[in-house]
Ligand binder design. Structure first.
Ligand code: FAD
Length: 371
């Protein structure tokens, strides 16, 4: 059997950040750690690819420089029906291709001495007093500790019996080619669009347009995010809403490949660990306001690694206070704040609320511009 001190399941931003943190802080542990992923990198990951400044700051904290193309966004156009306002901030976020970004991050973990096995999917997990056995496509692996960073549909989470279906956001996305980037305002001005008009149709989220480049060619990443932060309300039919938003922009939905993927949002009152196993990144959850998950996944990976390093040092594998530790951290505060904003923004239904809120937002932005 393949035996390790720590196994990280999933090599997305959360898993790679955990591996890099281990290597930076506890090289002796990292030398006996393994990252497993069912995919072969570079692998596609459905995502808008918007990487916020906070995420780049976290990479700096990890001493990581990623040499990948990243299209800078300096303007954010906020839309609600006929109301529109633009927020200007240099390098508000940068749009990457996830295949390139995740692959470069994983290489950084490998370069620091963490072993990686790709194309190995975890199917089942068995725990005992001494450790955890992972049953995979490539046989059994055993570790004293497992970090489950295997995304929103986490098999680790399912195997621990910790799944809740009322914390799931829905996202659908298409990529459309752009004929002439210079004549497309989003490219000419480095502008991302967040259009909240769909809330009037029961979507608890927004439509987005993110300009970016794939293999050197300009493409627009377009999609619809439905946070479902109010799970008690009826589900909106997302495809017709996206079809209408696209039609407004002169596009037919049937002409492009439509894909969807869930996101889990973080609730500190849920269980995110059992003895010897912690969850990180989308497997634990992200925020339900904008559905921004890359920075939180990096942050989660760092914190999961810190928690495990400290637990190994104390020889305590109960992991009982993991959710509380996360909730009290800066990451937990951010996730809580964004969940609160999501409840405020998507929890109300009246037209008056959005129009009134829009005026307040415009006044706020005007004030910010003057100061
Ligand atoms: C349509 C869409 C658009 C989005 N747009 C943005 C955006 O613009 N900006 C942003 O910040 N966030 C965005 N997000 C969220 C973001 O993609 C996620 O929050 C982020 O990828 C989470 O990282 P992670 O490492 O936790 O999980 P993932 O990136 O999902 O990585 C999980 C890894 O685990 C592996 N894995 C899964 N199951 C197994 C298994 N059984 N065994 C072994 N390995 C396994 C997978 O192959 C994968 O490599 C978007 C999400 C969606 C769905």
């Amino acid at each position: 059997m393949n035996e390790y001190e720590i196994i990280i399941v999933g090599a997305g931003p959360a898993g790679s950040a955990a591996a890099i943190r281990l290597a930076n802080r506890a090289p002796q542990l990292a030398a006996r750690a393994l990252v497993l992923d069912k995919a072969i990198f570079p692998r596609q990951k459905l995502c808008g690819g918007g990487v916020t400044q906070h995420a780049w700051d976290l990479l700096r904290e990890l001493n990581v420089t990623l040499d990948v193309p990243a299209y800078p966004i300096h303007h954010m156009r906020l839309v609600y029906d006929d109301l529109e306002t633009t927020f200007h901030w240099r390098n508000l976020f940068r749009v990457v291709q996830r295949a390139e970004f995740d692959s470069a991050l994983l290489q950084q973990a490998q370069a620091r001495g963490v072993q990686v096995q790709q194309g190995v999917g975890v199917r089942e997990i068995a725990r005992d007093d001494a450790g955890v056995t992972l049953h995979t496509d490539a046989g059994e692996f055993r570790a004293r500790v497992v970090i489950g960073a295997d995304g929103a549909n986490s098999v680790v989470r399912q195997q621990l019996g910790l799944v809740r279906s009322d914390r799931i956001s829905r996202l659908i996305e298409i990529l459309t080619p752009v004929q002439d980037a210079a004549c497309t305002p989003e490219f000419a001005n480095h502008t991302a669009v967040f259009d909240f008009t769909p809330v009037a149709r029961g979507v608890q989220g927004y439509y987005w347009d993110f300009p970016s480049y794939r293999n050197g060619a300009p493409v627009m990443n377009r999609g619809l995010f439905d946070s479902r932060v109010r799970a008690d309300r009826a589900r909106a039919a997302l495809k017709p809403v996206l079809a209408d938003e696209l039609r407004k922009r002169g596009l037919e939905i049937g002409a492009w490949r439509l894909e969807g993927h869930p996101e889990r949002w973080f609730d500190p009152s849920e269980q995110h660990s059992v003895p010897r196993v912690v969850l990180a990144g989308d497997a634990a959850g992200t925020e339900p306001w904008l559905g921004e998950g890359i920075s939180h996944a990096l942050d989660f990976g760092i914190r999961a690694a810190d928690y495990v390093i400290d637990s190994v040092a104390r020889d305590d594998f109960s992991f009982a206070d993991y959710a509380r530790t996360i909730a009290q951290s800066r990451l937990g505060q951010r996730l809580r704040l964004k969940r609160f904003i999501a409840h405020c923004v998507y929890g109300k239904r009246g037209e008056w609320f959005y129009r009134g809120g829009w005026r307040m937002l415009q006044v706020g932005l005007m004030f910010l511009r003057r100061t």
